[in-house]
Design a protein around this ligand. Sequence first.
Ligand SMILES: Cc1cc2nc3c(=O)[nH]c(=O)nc-3n(C[C@H](O)[C@H](O)[C@H](O)COP(=O)(O)OP(=O)(O)OC[C@H]3O[C@@H](n4cnc5c(N)ncnc54)[C@H](O)[C@@H]3O)c2cc1C
Length: 600
Amino acid sequence: MTDVKHMKWWGWGNEGTAFHWQDKPAFAPFVLKAVGLDLLTATPAKAPSFDQMTIAKPVATAAILKTLAGIVGADDVRTDDMERVVHVYGKSLRDLARIRANQVLRYPDIVVYPDNEAEVQRIVDAAVAADAVIIPFGGGSNIAGSLEPVPTEKRTIISLDLGRLNKVLDIDTDAGTARIQAGALGPDLEAQLQAKGWTIGHFPDSFTHSTIGGWVATRSSGMQSDRFGDISQIARGLRVARPGGTLVIRSLPSTSSGPSVREMILGSEGRLGVITEVTAQIRPNAEVREIQAYFFPNFETGLKAMQEISESEARPSITRVSDGRESGFSLATSKERHGMDKFLAGTVLPGLMKSKGWAKQPGGLENIALSFIGFEGTKASTKFSKAIVDKIVKKHNGMGVGSGPGVLYDQKKFDTPYLRDFLLDYGAVGDVSETAAPWSKLRAVYDGAMKAADAAYASIGIEGWIMAHMSHSYHSGACLYFTFAFVEKNNMLGEYDVVKSAIQQSFIDNGATLSHHHGVGVEHSPWMEQDISAQGVQVMAGLFSATDPKSNLNPGKILGAKPQDSGVVKATKAAAATRASTTKAAPKKPAAKKPAAQRA
Ligand SMILES: Cc1cc2nc3c(=O)[nH]c(=O)nc-3n(C[C@H](O)[C@H](O)[C@H](O)COP(=O)(O)OP(=O)(O)OC[C@H]3O[C@@H](n4cnc5c(N)ncnc54)[C@H](O)[C@@H]3O)c2cc1C
């Protein structure tokens, strides 16, 4: 019987863990101002009940169940409702809203838990022989609709859960690489590496509930990517169970053996086979690891400083700067302060900012930009990098405030994911769209997304919120990460589609990509042709159809998904009858929204 643990069926993370605002004095006023939701008077919905779920019987013949049981044992072939619900979706806003509203169009029929690569291979072969569909399942944390079955699928759908393939198999200390089984969750593989003094250096915000196979399959990026690289650089070798045999990419520092098959597997979201093993670059634990916080007068100057740092000899592990709105949000999610911290936050800091003339800029102190820069390495290398960074920060009229806020940031980044479920309890949407663009276009991409979101909100008569930060610097550009939020008016996903689509389209229109690190799935598929050109789509479609002629491997992802059906969830308010009306209870927003130009 499997011992693989999963996140709660209706939301992010572990049962019993949730976001709380009562210990964050500035949070409720912030939410009221941002989206008009009054947490002091609104009543949250109760957690959804599993009894409300209506789940059609699985499409599974006795023959296929017997074949699978012959491979992994009967106990690890599951068709019970909870297993099927847990494996149907990832954790996108759309996924969470549909699960809460009991509006799932198609569940997987069978969940299977292999124990080793040979079993994975036999399952793949058996499934293809029976013309069944295979959907590999890592941690189930994706937010691009990369797991959901095609709603009209008539064949048997097998969710292949890799959770039992969770070991670090071998470390090559000379090469600085480790062979890691694909189903290992972040904390599990990191603990095994740490026991030997190594780290993978890949820490996405979803680290606790995502796997190395999933990271590769979605082209993930971790917070310290400036030092360690994205997973596309970290993953050197791969083993992939494909119909008829195992595809092997040996771990090499580089190669010129034609178009890169390694790169084809990266981001393939299960469409080219099941990744069973990854040989990953690892690093010895660093002597120093710290995150320093800085303030800039505004986002514009913060961006310029980040670009200059990326062009300098400094080698930070993190470069991140938030716009004024997100900086305000970060301060609002801080817990009550004490002692010196309170003293600094309450009086000295604003005083210093005023003395630098920041209060007189358009938007005043509301436009200050909070930045985190990480340093990791030897004492000498981090000292060298920090000295360069300090100089650049100073040149751009910024100021350092030490490592205290960085410690807090590091601690709370794995808690923030619980915020989306918290907002949904109040009938509010909170979600993200992220992208990457050249330095030369970053500002236009930022302005474009802000304008697009404002126009989208206006078109549906909603006072919504959007904020952003820049992170993950590269030689030629960086990632921009937008968070948006609003209170549902009539139809949560219909309204969500208007806002999300407008932001995504603005990325493409301003020269950015559809996603920097969340992948494509079905959510971003409609923008593929605009992103990689019609010829690019043709090459990719040819690859999928030639290597999987009957579409047995996670069909419908990356290419060909239609724009989302916005009518799927009709007002989750109906489903959450226990919740009091939030919008009506909320007083009017105290301040009118600023024009986009003033935000940064
Ligand atoms: C709150 C939150 C924060 C997040 N933060 C980040 C972040 O900081 N950085 C980031 O990059 N992403 C982030 N994500 C997105 C998500 O965590 C990543 O996409 C992650 O890489 C998915 O890994 P997983 O193991 O959960 O894969 P799953 O969600 O289980 O699967 C994702 C896709 O990969 C395929 N797949 C999974 N395992 C395999 C395998 N072994 N072989 C072949 N295909 C496979 C699946 O079929 C599916 O198509 C976040 C998501 C949430 C909800």
